[in-house]
Ligand binder design. Sequence first.
Ligand SMILES: Cc1ncc(COP(=O)(O)O)c(C=O)c1O
Length: 384
Amino acid sequence: MGNYNFDLEVNRYNTNSLKYDIKRGRPDGIFPLWVADTDFKSPDFLIKALIDKANHGIFGYSEPLDSYFKALKGWYQRHYNVSIDTSKIRLTNGVVFSICQLIRSVTNENDAIIINEPVYYPFKASILANNRKVIINELVNRNNKYYIDYNDFEKKIIDNNVKAYILCNPHNPVGRAWTEEELLKLIEICKKHNVFIISDEIHGDFVYNGSFNTILKYLDNGFAICSALSKTFNIPGLQISHTYIADKEIYNKFLHELDVVGYSQLSIFGLVASEVLFNQGDEYLKELKEYLWNNIQFVKEYLEKKLPKVKLIIPEATYLLWLDFKEYGYSDAELRNIITNKANLWLDDGIIFGKSGSGFQRINIALPRKRLEIALDNLYNAFK
Ligand SMILES: Cc1ncc(COP(=O)(O)O)c(C=O)c1O
């Protein structure tokens, strides 16, 4: 038994939880396994640091100190084996927020931006909200593993004069941890055609086998990284993330875009939390990953034994599983109806991640195993 108890069940109702308290038209009592936050309690050392700050009793405008960047640098060195130049980092309140500012920093209205679908749906929404064109490079599913079609990627870039690429690294929802070889091929194509890479690396700490390949390892310029500890330690409610921008000119444009939307200081609780986690979170992450990997094995064995028609795309990263229900032959509306009303589960419909997500569902398995088992039993009873 480790230091952290991920079996502990914590009641999240009536806590302003997006996952548990907001229904968006779903039935009361539905079991939510959609949005990507975990049901695990944060480590005690984090809770203590936040209480100490609260006890100080003054919550004025706040800025990161040198110690924050030192802590972040240490994390990148220990976990990704890379030396990060922290002078190129700007902290913000979230990854999607930063992606939107970057879109405006590196492209103009009506410019084309390419993404690999199925992918985290706010990519498309952010491009459209900023009046840019979405270009889709479909991932290719071969034997339940997803790959990049480089020829199509390059052709679409040329045909549409694409200016930027939003890379999901590792990939939500298909769970790929892109290899060095794959990333280098993508980078080569982007460099050749002057395509700016925005790499969303928020799931980088959840690579199960081997270490995470941040694109920082392979590039000097023409890219930005958006990341945070919010998935790693379940602190999205504390609203803090970091954006690394390699190019000075783009960095300055980014600062300008922050001015345009009137964003400046950070939440003091986010700053306190991230710093203490960068410094002290290694053991928690190690145990969490073990627990999640066992959850993944649990789902795999459960499905193989009891629901063999549901195919699990085995993830190399993330705690979000991509489930293929196509063998049942249901339409997306039918599938959603059965999962919502018969299984009483709220999963993310595959179709919202792109056309190629049709027939899939995404399930969040970052919860105590006993609760996960209940969810799978619900699924089994609805589909058996
Ligand atoms: C790939 C990816 N990027 C970004 C986010 C959200 O980040 P933030 O809450 O910092 O905007 C998520 C959350 O699910 C995600 O999966």
